[in-house]
Design a protein around this ligand. Sequence first.
Ligand SMILES: NC(=O)c1ccc[n+]([C@@H]2O[C@H](COP(=O)([O-])OP(=O)(O)OC[C@H]3O[C@@H](n4cnc5c(N)ncnc54)[C@H](OP(=O)(O)O)[C@@H]3O)[C@@H](O)[C@H]2O)c1
Length: 281
Amino acid sequence: MGPLEVLMETGDQEPEEMPVGLMGLYGGGLALRPPVVFANFVSSLDGVVDIPGTGRVGRLLSGDSPGDRFVMGLLRASADAVLIGAGTLRASPGSTWLPEQACPEQAAGFLELRRRKGLSPSPRVVVASARGELDPAHPGLRGALVVTGEAGGARLPRELDAEVVHVPDGPAGLDLRAVLRQLVARGFRTILSEAGPSLTGQLVAQGLLGELFLTLSPLLAGWPAGGGRRGLLGETELLPGLSVGGELVSVRRQGAHLFLRYRLRRGSGLSDGFSGEPSPA
Ligand SMILES: NC(=O)c1ccc[n+]([C@@H]2O[C@H](COP(=O)([O-])OP(=O)(O)OC[C@H]3O[C@@H](n4cnc5c(N)ncnc54)[C@H](OP(=O)(O)O)[C@@H]3O)[C@@H](O)[C@H]2O)c1
């Protein structure tokens, strides 16, 4: 894969210890500001991020873009933990959410990046499930952290090879602040969300998402009536009641794909969530 072309980058990107090969491909460092929850999505040009009933929807929407796979791997490699909702787990039967699965050709560089950053060799996969109905054979659950509520905990399969943490239920699933507090308590300070629209909508509405990395694919997907396709936030309503916007941090390009990075703002101030410590219980 050739390097991403940097079209725009704000000046506050601190230099960091990224291996030269990765730095060359990305065109600079990431300079995340922990504690932070940052999301990564690929969207069709017309705003579709989910097509139900289609396997590997990310690859479909991106047109299997090598740049998208690289950024996905780089973000995973920079994270203490990768958070997904059970919906994403169920829709992706073969996924492990590990950096090398997204971009095997950069596996050695990802490992070296983690070593330089003082991170464990692999990010911890965290699965949020309110219902607790999970397939214990899913490869993404091996050694994962499963966060669930009381009812979900009672439904978890006994054979699950994962650590289980209980949090209270919230208005639309689990209490996400409590989920993040659990992750912070484990020393996770850079949390990549690869959750789908349901969980992402809740994170954004509650001011818990600090950054958004968005790959804008040149492919058009269409919105057939009744097709169940969804945008980034699913059914979550923001406007007109709640204004959440993004400060553009960087724009990169590979061919016709754009790689956008936004720091999210809610109302007049920076989103309170993981731009700072989550508020106490
Ligand atoms: N284009 C992209 O970049 C991209 C990225 C990620 C995902 N996706 C696609 O999105 C689809 C999955 O979407 P999704 O919305 O179902 O996935 P999701 O947001 O990852 O998972 C939703 C599930 O998370 C659990 N959950 C726990 N607490 C929650 C809370 N407070 N709010 C919301 N959910 C909570 C629930 O699990 P229980 O049902 O167990 O209670 C809920 O059903 C898949 O097709 C996937 O491929 C696309």
